[in-house]
Design a protein around this ligand. Structure first.
Ligand code: CA
Length: 504
């Protein structure tokens, strides 16, 4: 590695689906600045959230652990912020560190556990979900309101902090060239999708970036007949579950049911994409500023999102489910000093792997508690990185059973390059944020090669019996490996019970 340790700018947005980013093939918008980061470095095509929900994903990213280990399983299980993170490890290794933006893992303390950010020289955190306009920030100095738009302000605060480090940081008269790491974690484009004046309406019909209605995804009218009852029970349908606060206007009178659904889709997407456009502009602002400082080559620039999102796919908004649009995280990274430009990586990796990867990049030892594995070598020396594509896969678990707003049943599963297996155990297990209703347990299996839209559940199809046997066993082993417990109702997989575990 180079003698100089990299600075790190880690931008994370909230609910920004990969399919609303140009380099990931978006047909609904353009994101030139995020695309430029990918073009200058690498785009990860198979980086997945292990629990597709805001707070749990943030906790996994920071701590490099699964939800059952870091304790942030639902939105209502606040983090014990004293646990080690990649940031605390960087700081112990001499990095200067800051956090700006959406934290959303609790404030203050409860039951003797502190939830505010730890391990940062400076932190400015939005309260709970945060506000788009004139947001409140909590810092070590207390609570304040910052006039302006959250996405711009978060970027400003990050830049101000780094600039405050210039000169003689430690007062010894020799200047201070220790590296720094800043987390720039946006609220946008999270619900309720409130654009700023500069971007509002840009994707509306007749708007500067639109002119045409926003393309409707091919699965928009999916009646979910090919999925489980659990999927059909979810309260995430654009046609039925967006509120007037989300839409910012009453539904025009006289529309048919189909016309009303399409009108809601356009309203929703216009605002979502306008919020994204502001994020993209601010990505450009940060990278231009780094370039002006002459630091772009020595800085690891990351843009990612805490999970994916349904953009009208299958008629839905939101995330949570272990389905493609929800679990895939956009993740692009540039670091010209060590990462060749124009790469794409299709290895299956997860949000749990990010902490170890950034520590590896900084030459800092990965704490033993972290469960993720670094994929840094795939980025810096892809020819030498060992791969066995058939062995790649990841374990997923959504815990927040039947929450009041979205009513998505608890489930876990295993995904390889070709298949997704899901077991809906449909039990809240008494966790905060879950209901105490139970529903019938169900399995789903999708062949992503034959059915990339996941329209046909083949879990009970005899032609897939052997595939299901193997995936059930691999899921069981993955669960053991990460130290999670299967639901007590889940039968031991046949191959495990018969003593023939899969070799991979
Ligand atoms: Ca989120």
């Amino acid at each position: 590695m180079s003698a100089r340790r990299p600075n790190i700018v880690f931008m994370l947005s909230d609910d920004h689906a990969a399919h609303a980013i140009g380099t990931y093939g978006s047909v609904v918008n353009r994101t030139p600045h995020i695309d430029a980061v990918a073009a200058a470095g690498v785009r990860l095509d198979n980086l997945f959230a292990t629990n597709s929900l805001c707070a749990p994903s943030r906790a996994s990213i920071l701590t490099g652990t699964y939800s059952h280990v870091n304790g942030v399983t639902t939105l209502d299980t606040f983090i014990d912020a004293s646990q080690p993170t990649f940031v605390t490890a960087l700081r112990e290794a001499g990095y200067r560190t800051a956090f700006v933006g959406k934290w959303h893992m609790g404030q203050g303390s409860s039951d003797g556990v502190d939830h505010d950010p730890q391990g940062f020289d400076r932190w400015d955190a939005l309260i709970d979900q945060g506000e788009y306009h004139d947001p409140r920030f909590l810092s070590a100095d207390g609570l304040r309101v910052e006039p302006g738009y959250a996405t711009d302000l978060i970027t400003d605060l990050a830049i101000d902090w780094v600039e405050s480090l210039d000169g003689d940081g430690d007062g010894d008269g020799n200047g201070d060239d220790r590296p720094w790491c800043v987390l720039v974690w946006h609220k946008a484009p999270h619900r309720p999708w409130e654009p700023d004046a500069a971007h509002a309406g840009m994707y509306a019909e007749g708007g500067p970036a639109g002119g045409q209605p926003i393309p409707v995804p091919p699965t928009f009218t999916d009646d979910l007949a090919g999925r489980s009852d659990t999927a059909r029970r979810a309260a995430m349908r654009i046609a039925d579950h967006l509120t007037e606060e989300d839409l910012k206007a009453p539904v025009p009178p006289g529309l048919s049911a189909d016309e009303e659904a399409l009108w809601k889709y356009q309203r929703y997407m216009e605002d979502y994409l306008a919020c994204v456009a502001s994020v993209d502009d601010n990505v450009g602002r940060l990278t231009s500023w780094l370039a002006d400082r002459g630091e772009l080559d020595d800085t690891i620039v990351v843009y990612s999102s805490d999970q994916g999102f349904f953009l009208g796919d299958h008629g839905w908004f939101d995330k949570r489910f272990m389905y493609e649009e929800s679990i895939r995280m956009p993740f692009v990274l540039s670091y010209p000093r060590a990462v060749a430009a124009g790469q794409a990586l299709d290895r299956i990796v997860t949000n749990v792997d990010i902490a170890a990867t950034l520590l590896d990049a900084a030459g800092v030892d990965v704490p033993e508690r972290m469960q993720g594995r670094s994929f840094w070598r795939d980025l810096t020396d892809p020819a030498a990185a060992r791969r066995d594509r058939e062995r790649e896969g990841f374990y997923y678990r959504y815990w927040m059973h039947d929450d009041r707003s979205h009513q998505v049943g608890a489930h876990y599963g295993y995904r390889t390059h070709r298949y997704t297996l899901i077991f809906f155990y449909n039990d809240g297990l008494g966790l905060p944020g879950c209901s105490d209703r139970r529903f019938a347990q169900e399995w789903e299996l999708y062949d992503l090669e034959a059915d990339p839209e996941e329209l046909v559940n083949v879990a009970e199809d005899p032609a897939y019996a052997a595939v299901r046997d193997e995936l059930e066993a691999r899921m069981w082993l993955a669960q053991q490996q990460v130290g999670d417990d299967p639901h007590p109702d889940q039968p031991v997989p046949r191959l495990i019970a018969e003593g023939h575990p899969p070799t991979r």
